[in-house]
Design a protein. Sequence first.
Length: 296
Amino acid sequence: MSNSSLYGNNSLPPQQYDSSLNYPYFPEAETRHTPSSLGWPRGTELVKLYKFIVSKGKSPYFQLQQRFTPTYETPQKVYLDEPAPGSYKKNTFPCQYPGICNGKVAAFGRPADLERHYKNVHADEKDSFRCDYRKCSRSKVDNAFTRKDHYRDHLRDYHKEDIGCAKGEKSSKEKDKIKWQKAQRAWLDERNISYTNWRCVRCLTKNYVEQQGWECSTCKSPCEEDRVRARQNLGPGMQTPDDRSEVTMVDDAQYAAPYCATCHGTSYVDYGYGASPCSDCHPAAGYSYQPIVYQQ
């Protein structure tokens, strides 16, 4: 069987076959294959036959694409090699990708940084964080963030959300402490804080108080107490941003129409004569006040 028949005449690297084996060849599941154990050369193009999968906190691996046939040189799953002892300094984590690496850095100081490198440079499925402000240029698929920390910075610094705190370190020295507190007050004054919602600092999910309360609907993290107080201190007149360009796509999904400041989303009002349909939400209904009979 030729390579062209196996791979649909695609321009793919040739594979080596062992004539003593009957194909298709399926290696034993418990075998942990690595590029070096399979004899892959550095910069090999055999990686084109695979999907490189990177899951948080787990060892990255190559999974042979379904349209290709496993061989002794290209089994179903291949894990990365461990760094050779003594080849790198202590607490240095090098990139072990066997194909060509176009990353700017080849070794990292933390496992999390190396994992992010694998995810953003080599993985087939890369992280994508689209800004949920509908008129923001970073809301487009082809202009999304590939790192969550960069998206968090964007929400804090560009859209002025109350995520994090003022730049600079808190210090035990009284002089530095007062200086930081002043900077923090100025930072808070320019934040865009909504009465109706808050964004989780951990997973960046936007939560609506009326529906999700003060616990994140995605990661279950609680909203910080100072952020809760800041929203509770706002009046009903600050339900939504004044500038509609600052309304997010999540807002549109939650509230197809503008939030009503008359009934606060309840569809009813009570001016002391009993509950009546809100005239702003239900114009046809009008007010249904009962006539008042005064005692003579």
